[in-house]
Design a protein around this ligand. Structure first.
Ligand code: NAG
Ligand code: NAG
Length: 310
């Protein structure tokens, strides 16, 4: 459900670039014929009525880079493995402490914080037309064993600092801006990736499957969720499903998990294609035999199928 912005350097500034520059670009893109906006690329017409906000030149934005880095460092200490690695598994004590840390920062930023029964966390800054659907951003803070401190975290803490910077500048959003911390983007504990966002997207199949899902220690999903303070009212997850018109836009800021931007010295990239990994379970039927000894003609089906899969 996301656009991902890949960033290697200067990330907070670029995050603000997103909030601030599209209205400007859409009104100025005729000046320079080589300049292309997302609207140009998308082929969709620009809806001028949705770009009524014009930033005044007097607004100055200051991102507190030191504060943001300090928060990223502090969050990384909620880990099951020693620094510089981060291991933060869904619904463990460190996950709960990290969530508390983020909710506290959201509160300090003046956001109204809510959580659903699986622990998706929402921090909302009401716009001056709060009946309009919100613009959302966010990411995850769970971390696979021995990962780094930026994956996911940048999209959550960076968003909080972006809102802080906008607030400091005196900016008032028309639409509400919302930061979402998605539960369990990583499949580490239950083998299910993007658990929170898939439920938000209304996956009945996942809601059903979670009723019988256990982790490697045979702890059920609901038992684990309850140990972290969620899902108190047993196992009905339909309350997590979002209504269709909940958000008007979503953007995710993310580190680049590859070397390209850094090698090229490029500060930011915009994703145009996204990997959509899938896994399938295949049963092969046939007559097997010892590799090398049993020749292909004496095996059934297996050679053809295997060649197809290789
Ligand atoms: C897992 O827990 C369930 C319920 O407590 C139990 O019935 C089952 O035997 C356990 N399975 C294993 C492999 O321990
Ligand atoms: C949301 O939209 C989808 C796709 O258009 C539709 O199948 C579904 O019924 C809608 N859900 C609700 C609650 O309106």
């Amino acid at each position: 459900m996301s656009w991902k912005f890949f960033v290697s350097h200067s990330l907070p500034l670029f995050f603000l670039f997103f909030f601030y520059s599209f209205p400007l670009i859409s009104t100025q893109h005729n000046d320079d014929p080589t300049f292309k906006t997302m609207h140009d690329f998308s082929g969709y017409p620009v809806d001028e009525s949705s770009h009524t906000f014009t930033p005044s030149n007097s607004i100055s934005l200051s991102v507190d880079i030191q504060a943001l880095q300090k928060q990223i460092d502090e969050l990384s200490t909620f880990s099951d493995t020693p620094a510089p690695s981060v291991t933060r598994i869904l619904y463990t004590e460190n996950d709960v402490l990290a969530r508390r840390y983020v909710k506290n920062l959201m509160g300090l930023a003046g956001l109204s914080v809510t959580e659903d029964v699986v622990g998706n966390i929402f921090g909302r800054w009401d716009g001056y037309e709060p009946e309009l659907t919100a613009v959302a951003t966010g990411s995850h803070i769970d971390a696979i064993p021995y990962s780094g401190k930026y994956d996911g975290v940048v999209g959550v803490l960076g968003a909080i600092e972006a809102i802080n910077a906008l607030k400091r500048s005196g900016f008032k959003p028309k639409r509400s801006l919302e930061i979402i911390l998605f539960t369990s983007e990583e499949p580490t504990r239950f083998g299910i990736g993007c658990l929170g966002s898939r439920l938000l997207a209304g996956s009945e199949a996942l809601a059903e499957a979670l009723k019988t899902t256990v982790d490697g220690q045979n702890i059920s999903f609901f038992e684990a969720a309850r140990s972290a303070g969620y899902s108190r009212d047993e196992d009905d997850l339909s309350s997590v499903f979002l209504k269709n018109d909940s958000y008007s836009a979503f953007v995710e800021l993310h580190i680049e998990q590859a070397p390209i931007l850094e090698e090229e010295g490029i500060s930011i990239g915009v994703v145009t294609n996204i990997a959509a990994p899938a896994s399938i379970k295949v049963d092969f039927e046939g007559n097997g035999g010892h590799a090398g000894g049993v020749l292909m003609p004496d095996r059934l089906i297996l050679p053809i199928v295997t060649i197809f899969f290789l």
